[in-house]
Design a protein around this ligand. Sequence first.
Ligand code: PGA
Length: 255
Amino acid sequence: MKKDVRKAVIAGNWKMNKTPSQAAELAKELRETVAGADCDVIVCVPFVDLQAVSEAVKGSNIHVGAQNCHFEKSGAFTGEISADMLAEMGVEYVIIGHSERRTYFGETDVTVNLRTKAALAAGLKVILCVGEYLEQREQGITAEIVSMQTKIALAGISAEELKNVIIAYEPVWAIGTGKTATSDQAEEVCAEIRAVVCGLYGEAAAEGLTIQYGGSMNAGNADELLSKVNVDGGLIGGASLKAADFGKIVAAASK
Ligand code: PGA
């Protein structure tokens, strides 16, 4: 890992799991498990768990994130949460454009861009997700899809703001399926994303950008995936719900 130029970051995406009391319990367990980490550790939890998890990890090396935010500052958007609301709670990160939001909740590249801009304006750091569907990979258009998603998501974002962005490459066919991309596949697309960012912002910005892989990363395959030069960390779903497994992934990223 190029730790001299960029940070290794392991982020848990708890998705729609854990009530506040269960979340606090897991957070306390994680606090012990990842105490010696030599990488950044984030847990992205459901909105209603943010308070309990923030309290449970206070004074530890665990950073807290949400899993989405709306792009307007306030208004008649029933059921939505603004970036300012998260920032005032002390939340540091937010996942934007996860494929489950894109697939089930009508998220588009354009709304991903709007949400990213709103989150950065509120002072949040963004974990921006991109990734292709299986049919797109089979058609041989993975690079085009991921590069288009990256370009649209980053439209209007300054080089200074980019320092608060992590990109997560998550092939949709690998998420929650147990089918991990091979380390070569992950490396190839993460390198492609870095090249796109280089074209937009120049080499220094691209070299400094943390790019994670996500999609069935677990305690068994993390070492191999993280050994790739362009894979700077992971966005972990299923395996982030078990402290021991998450701890092993964090340990792999700490080497
Ligand atoms: P998974 O999810 O690790 O369960 O595949 C990853 C993600 O959706 O971020």
